[in-house]
Design a protein around this ligand. Sequence first.
Ligand SMILES: N=C(N)NCC[C@H]1O[C@@H](n2cnc3c(N)ncnc32)[C@H](O)[C@@H]1O
Length: 436
Amino acid sequence: MQTEKEDEDDASPEECFARSDFTGGGSDQLSFSSGDKLLVHAKPSSDWWWAELRGVRGYVPASYLRTGAAGEEEQEEEEEVEVDDDDTSLEDPWQDEEYFGSYGTLRLHLEMLSDKSRTEAYRQVIRSNSASLRNKVVMDLGCGTGIISLFCAQLAQPSVVYAVEASSMADYTRQLVKQNECEEVVTVLQGRAEEIELPEQVDVLVSEWMGNCLLFEFMVESVLLARDRWLREGGVMWPSSAALALVPCQADTYYAEKMAFWERPYGLDFTPLQPLAQQEFFTKPKFSHLIEPSDCLSAPCDVIYLDMYTLQVKDLEEIKGQFHFCVEKSGVFHGFTAWFTVHFESLETGGATVELNTGPNSEPTHWKQTLFMLDRPVSVYAGDSISGTIVLRRNPVWRRHMTVTLHWNINSTTEETDNCQANIKSVGTKSFPMWR
Ligand SMILES: N=C(N)NCC[C@H]1O[C@@H](n2cnc3c(N)ncnc32)[C@H](O)[C@@H]1O
């Protein structure tokens, strides 16, 4: 696996410090402990560097290392969930203090509660299963203000709902339960769901855990840990399954705003700034992008499917999907847009499944969609096909973050192409950090 570059002894290796312990996987990976000082000899890729520790050389994951002085962190992207770069966060890969701190204020809860499509979907789940919920034991994981628990108490007669909330919002949730006369049914527990003690197993584990691009925040890990610990045999997971959808799309407005803008502002040529614009605006995914159905260049397809009964925490490290899109109309391929759909199976055999779809053909939600911009747009024509893979790789250090890597081929049936064998017009690959 070593390349020429890694063999040669470079003049001045770069000193780096390990943020966290790492146990090498393959024979050519280097193990180290938090705080170790490593000498980086080569950086063959953004993810893996060639380094040395106490005379032994091997590959190390770049995200485990801190270059330069402690605390020098890249400017963090402004993101929905507050994360903090100061030294304390270096010890806590979950950044819990900032994460739960941001849920201790109303801003994010107001955003979620104002999302009618999301909140009504959960109310519909409770309403359509109200008879079967009678005398059931329910856990509402990450209940926030307790809206789902209050729906359960208001629309059904479960024996108890354990409303679990790790942030300081739990104090207010207790007040809301009392204010709405639901304290007979709803018990609020403050703490992390994977750490709190319940007095019994639960029949139903309901949670609204989905983040941008489905997995960002990785709250799903807590749901799986709680499932394995508290869901009784034959119990029900709500959502029962989740799917990530993808579509190749046009993004004319966004492209014009961020890239074309530099062509002739006020009659001047600012195109030397376009490489900077590409780096600054197209390197990371764009959250909260609203795609019009007319922007889609083909029918979307589900690229990742998660079964909430069988999914394991270890599966979250790397999730792969494939796609093959048939371009239905000619246009400019600016990038890919992703969104998710979750399903809630009925408690009654054969009962209707409830769906929450955050895609462009459904009512907009606060998640909207996630846009992945290519470095350069490509003209595509009806009849072309775009096929490839998507890989969601969880950040080994910052456990609420991930990198999305897209690889695609564009096959053209119309245009003359230089690659006669596969008639491939172009090939591309790009990794999008979300956010580290
Ligand atoms: N993307 C989302 N739906 N985020 C909702 C997150 C809500 O669940 C809470 N939460 C997230 N993880 C946990 C956990 N492991 N235990 C308890 N509450 C949690 C968080 O404080 C917020 O109120």
